[in-house]
Design a protein around this ligand. Structure first.
Ligand SMILES: Cc1cc2nc3c(=O)[nH]c(=O)nc-3n(C[C@H](O)[C@H](O)[C@H](O)COP(=O)(O)OP(=O)(O)OC[C@H]3O[C@@H](n4cnc5c(N)ncnc54)[C@H](O)[C@@H]3O)c2cc1C
Ligand code: FES
Length: 275
């Protein structure tokens, strides 16, 4: 399998909101047209952009968001899609933008997922982890690659409807059993890895879930790539605010060494644990 995709340096640009749609309560699909046309690098699944949300000293740090899809990317026009949950000052501002409003962006940043050449993949998403994994699944659809996607939500109200349009097998888990299987999506992954031959596992979601998925994948001998979250400052490897511990006790920058890592490189001592 290829190494985790190389990171890109990203470019600063302005972008204009073209479409905003509420996907579920408090979660919005935002589509931005990059002003001035497409920059050099087209983002790959797992990469992210830093969004300048405005607001003086108190809120000067940009907010990282994974690319959720590429709506259009040609010689003249680049339109990117993001799936954003309004959880605080910055995301609330982004989610209340109106069509035609402008924001400043830096990206694409970080290392994205690398696709295995052959075989079937298992994608495991918990909550907002669906943002990069939906993009990955869409790219797999374009490349006619085989996969199953397990998606976990708190309850039926959070279900992400565009999942129904994917070509791969999609299995839904909810904490309260109001849709699909009742229980944790990591439990579903365990069952799958016992019964089906997968060549790779890709996961994104809460830290506890990714720890379990990484562990069972490693036990099953299936390579696993995890997309981690961390509080970020610069997003480009300069401020060290996103550092986590690697399995060899080395420092790993989530923004520039990741956010996608091979699971065996992560020590899981609070990796991706935001609270
Ligand atoms: C690489 C990466 C990709 C991400 N992709 C997405 C995405 O596609 N969609 C999405 O909705 N969110 C994504 N996030 C999380 C998003 O960046 C945070 O929710 C956001 O920065 C919070 O800013 P705020 O000003 O709204 O909230 P704040 O007021 O700063 O904090 C509100 C709450 O959000 C939590 N929070 C703060 N920073 C982060 C963080 N970096 N990650 C997770 N939780 C955080 C805080 O603990 C607090 O509970 C991603 C984070 C990273 C690191
Ligand atoms: S956010 Fe600054 S080094 Fe990672």
């Amino acid at each position: 399998m290829a190494d985790i995709a190389s990171p890109t340096r990203g470019v600063t640009c302005a972008a204009t909101l073209e479409r905003r749609e509420e996907a579920s309560p408090g979660v919005f699909i935002l589509e931005f047209r990059l002003d001035g046309g497409p920059p050099v690098a087209q983002p790959v699944p797992g990469q992210f952009y830093q969004f300048n949300c405005g607001g003086g000293r108190e809120h000067m740090l940009p907010r990282p968001l994974s690319v959720h899809g590429v709506t259009r990317w040609d010689d003249e026009v680049a339109v990117l899609k993001f799936l954003v949950e309004s959880v605080g000052w910055g995301t609330e501002r982004l989610c209340s933008l109106e069509d035609g409003d402008e924001v400043g962006l830096l990206g694409p940043l970080g290392r994205g997922f690398s696709l295995a050449e052959d075989g079937k993949a298992l994608l495991v998403a918990g909550g907002m982890g669906i943002a990069p994994l939906f993009f990955l699944a869409s790219e797999m659809d374009r490349g006619d690659k085989e996969y199953d996607l397990l998606a976990g939500f708190r309850s039926a109200g959070q279900f992400y409807r565009p999942l129904s349009g994917l070509k791969g097998g999609v299995d839904v888990y909810t904490d309260d059993g109001s849709l699909g299987n009742r229980g944790m999506v990591s439990g579903g992954a365990d069952g799958r890895l016992e019964g089906v031959v997968y060549n790779a596992v890709y996961t994104c979601g809460p830290q506890a879930m990714m720890t379990v998925v990484a562990g069972i994948s490693e036990e099953a001998g299936v390579p696993c790539q995890v997309s981690l979250a961390s509080r970020m400052g610069c997003g480009i490897g300069a401020c060290r605010s996103c550092v986590i511990e690697g399995r060899g006790a080395e420092n790993l920058c989530v923004c520039s060494d990741g956010p996608v890592f091979e699971s065996y490189k992560v020590a899981w001592t609070g990796a991706g644990d935001i609270e």
